[in-house]
Design a protein around this ligand. Sequence first.
Ligand SMILES: NC(=O)C1=CN([C@@H]2O[C@H](COP(=O)(O)OP(=O)(O)OC[C@H]3O[C@@H](n4cnc5c(N)ncnc54)[C@H](O)[C@@H]3O)[C@@H](O)[C@H]2O)C=CC1
Ligand SMILES: O=C(O)C(=O)Cc1ccc(O)cc1
Length: 313
Amino acid sequence: MVERIFERLTVIGLGLIGTSVVRAARAAGQVGHIVVTDADPTVRQRVRELDIADVVAETSEAAVQDADAVVLCVPVGESGRVVATVAPHLKQGAILSDVGSVKVAVIEAVLPHLPAQACFVPAHPVAGTEFSGPDAGFAELFQDRWCILTPFERSTEAGTDAMHRLWEGFGARVERMEPRHHDMVLAITSHVPHLIAYNIVGTAAHLEEVTQTEVMKFSAGGFRDFTRIAASDPTMWRDVFLNNKDAVLEMLGRFTEDLSALQRMVRYGDGDGLFELFTRTRAIRKGIIAQGQETAAVDFGRRVGPEVSKKDV
Ligand SMILES: NC(=O)C1=CN([C@@H]2O[C@H](COP(=O)(O)OP(=O)(O)OC[C@H]3O[C@@H](n4cnc5c(N)ncnc54)[C@H](O)[C@@H]3O)[C@@H](O)[C@H]2O)C=CC1
Ligand SMILES: O=C(O)C(=O)Cc1ccc(O)cc1
């Protein structure tokens, strides 16, 4: 017997993540009625054609009427604006949640607009692709992936438990984390890697313009992997960097120091140093493959945890 978690679920923002949430909720049968909306009329029309929700509302205010839970699936820079609009229309006792890649800035943007009795459970499914829009979503996206909940003083225990069970029903492994710690961890595991990809593809594109070489034509495997990541949605990632500025700059500082050390090894022919580093990084990859994501998270915690511990952030 599937547990009915919410009678009425509203999803605002119908791109990759929003429509994956809707599809997963339908597939899992954990919610009664699904109401959705998006600011873009062409997206609303496409979602009607896809027939993945019970109601496609014209406005956010209409979409949240009578909802037991409202999940924001918009770029993180939009969260505060959306909550300001829907707050007066939320049902008493409704649970508000989100899926944003950044947590502290979203909490700070939402808090001033949160009605006195409302509960907000910030969430981040660490699952996605470089694609965006309603056609990109699929029900299995969250299967065996992490979903991090970052409850804070405005998250009730009952609301947090309900969101925990909802994400588990989507097949995700759920972990709870302090919001500031989340932002630091994701800065190094996701945000800085995306920035590096945007940068290296940008550099190669610039070289191509300047030298008329065939950089793109002869791009090997490694560069192709970077181009996949650098194809990610510009609006979403602009908002991530604007809203996780401090953690990204902190991790970027460490990264550039380590890169300078590598640069010296190359310049001065320090083969032993290069070999030692590459051996260590290969072992990290092997550990991830051998023991799954859980070990990756533990490895990460060991490496960065003591320096960037919960008490520091
Ligand atoms: N793309 C990914 O791999 C992942 C994204 N996320 C987070 O999920 C959220 C959504 O990302 P995606 O689904 O990838 O983006 P997307 O670009 O596919 O979809 C976002 C949708 O939000 C709509 N929207 C924008 N402003 C709005 C507003 N004020 N009111 C209503 N609708 C609005 C857009 O029209 C668009 O349809 C972001 O906060 C992102 O950080 C989280 C995990 C993975
Ligand atoms: O496609 C990829 O490689 C990703 O890294 C997907 C992704 C993007 C943003 C997130 O907040 C979580 C996951």
